[in-house]
Design a protein around this ligand. Structure first.
Ligand SMILES: CC(=O)N[C@H]1[C@@H](OP(=O)(O)OP(=O)(O)OC[C@H]2O[C@@H](n3ccc(=O)[nH]c3=O)[C@H](O)[C@@H]2O)O[C@H](CO)[C@@H](O)[C@@H]1O
Ligand SMILES: C=C(OP(=O)(O)O)C(=O)O
Length: 423
């Protein structure tokens, strides 16, 4: 098992480039199942999650060729309509193949994703959507099976603007007969990127990025070339890395609009941010101020930035109140931050963070992807050495994290546990 070792308390300086968005490329890769013709994706990040979805697609019959930053996918024929436990267990987003399989083959059998560290994460809204489109649904032996001769457009109201349900329903509806209207849809930029990709394939989707998405079903889709949007969460993580180390960093390849809620909170905390066309310069010579945050669906403050922001608040001046409203159990990083000297109290869905002057290096673990990112950030700011274990979580979502941070002056390395034992 590998670990990440950080010697902290060094201001980061330089330019860091953001990769393509994990949460955009995963549904887009699933959507490539919707056509028999070839799709080419650019700005594809090299991530463990991308490998998992590619192995699901290959299992279903996709031919995939990879070049650095690119993937070409062709699915001339589906060899399978089943995504077994071994894939879905590794990554919940594998469930996103259900919509495309239903649309293309009229049937799908997918292992139930189950919960994960951050919450129970049900899929009822995905299934309600498929049922509204006319699919029959059956549960059994840990699988969900859905089938429909021809999906029919329908009006679907989502009780909660679920990102995955909006994507899955959108992908099912593109080949349905008639119009589908998703109300209370998720508005995340990744939904817009998926809709842009599908529209470039010939779909008729309007309203993506708003609460109401209308999809006029078409007979077929054809492959296209598409560049994935930059990862707003990776960008946000590096903005915080600059602020927490009191550094001066240019974060390149960003869409400023997507970062508005994060930028607003950093400014409120006293961080100096200069926004350019596709970059943001962070300057933070001093200690930040404690500010309150509440996670919400987009355009609210992203839950995927909550842990990283908490690491920053742990060294802020004053107290901050962090409320998590999207997932019911996304405070696993609190105990790890406390091991480094953070003063945090949890009351239900709220964490009260009383900033301390400095954190101290410790042995901590990544309990999930963003909790892992928070440990890296805390380690970059802490005095002494921090050792982060369970880093496979981090590899799910950060391309070349170590190399990127080293290039802006961080003392960070990845080591085998054996090497550690020898030292
Ligand atoms: C691969 C990907 O894009 N992952 C992102 C996606 O996850 P994901 O698509 O799983 O997140 P959702 O927006 O669906 O989930 C938000 C909330 O809705 C609940 N819910 C969801 C579906 C459902 O059928 N029933 C239900 O109750 C969930 O349990 C959760 O409490 O959006 C989340 C919220 O921005 C992000 O944290 C994840 O990084
Ligand atoms: C929670 C996340 O991803 P996933 O939905 O794939 O678990 C994330 O990216 O922070």
């Amino acid at each position: 098992m590998e670990k990440i070792i950080i010697t902290g308390n060094k201001p980061l300086q330089g330019t860091i480039r953001v990769s393509g968005a994990k949460n955009a490329v995963l549904p887009i890769l699933a959507a490539s199942l919707l056509t028999t013709t070839s799709t080419k994706l650019l700005d594809v990040p090299r991530l463990a999650d991308v490998e998992v979805i590619c192995s699901v697609l290959a299992h279903l019959g996709a031919q995939i060729t990879a070049k650095p930053g690119q993937l070409a996918i062709t699915v001339p024929e589906l060899s399978q309509t089943e995504a077994p436990y071994e894939y879905v267990r590794k990554m919940r987003a594998s469930f996103l193949v259900m919509g495309p399989l239903l649309a293309r083959a009229g049937r799908a059998r997918i292992s139930l994703p189950g919960g994960c560290a951050i919450g129970t994460r049900p899929i009822d809204l995905h299934l309600k959507g498929f049922a509204a489109l006319g699919a029959d649904i059956r549960y059994g032996s840990g699988y969900i099976e859905a089938w429909a001769k021809q999906l029919q457009g329908a009006k679907i109201y989502l009780d909660f603007p679920s990102v995955g349900a909006t994507e899955n329903i959108m992908m099912a509806a593109v080949l349905a007969s008639g119009q589908t209207c998703i109300e209370n849809a998720a508005e995340e930029p990744e939904i817009v990127d998926l809709a842009n990709f599908l529209n470039a394939m010939g779909a008729q989707i309007k309203g993506a990025g708003t609460k109401v998405i209308r999809i006029d079903g078409v007979k077929e889709l054809t492959g296209t070339t598409h560049a994935v949007i930059p990862d707003r969460i990776e960008a946000g993580t590096y903005l915080v890395a600059a602020a927490i180390t009191r550094g001066s960093v240019v974060v390149e390849n960003v869409i400023n609009d997507h970062l508005k809620p994060v930028v607003a909170k950093l400014k409120e905390a006293g961080v100096d941010l200069e926004e350019d066309d596709n970059s943001i310069k962070v300057n933070c010579p001093g200690r930040v101020k404690g500010v309150d945050i509440k996670t919400l669906p987009y355009p609210g403050f992203p839950t995927d930035m909550q842990a990283q922001f908490m690491a920053l608040m742990a060294v802020a001046e004053g107290t901050s109140i962090i409320t998590e409203t999207v997932f019911e159990n996304r405070f696993m990083h609190v105990n790890e931050l406390k091991r480094m000297g953070a003063k945090i109290k949890i009351e239900g869905r709220t964490a009260i963070v009383q900033g301390v002057k400095t954190l101290t290096g410790a042995q901590v673990k990544a309990t999930d992807l963003r909790a892992g990112a928070a440990m890296i950030l805390a380690g970059l700011a802490a005095a002494g050495e921090t050792e982060v274990s369970n880093i496979y979580h981090i590899d799910r979502g950060y391309e070349n994290l170590i190399e990127k941070l080293q290039a802006i002056g961080a003392e960070i390395k990845r080591v085998e546990e054996k090497e550690l034992a020898q030292n």
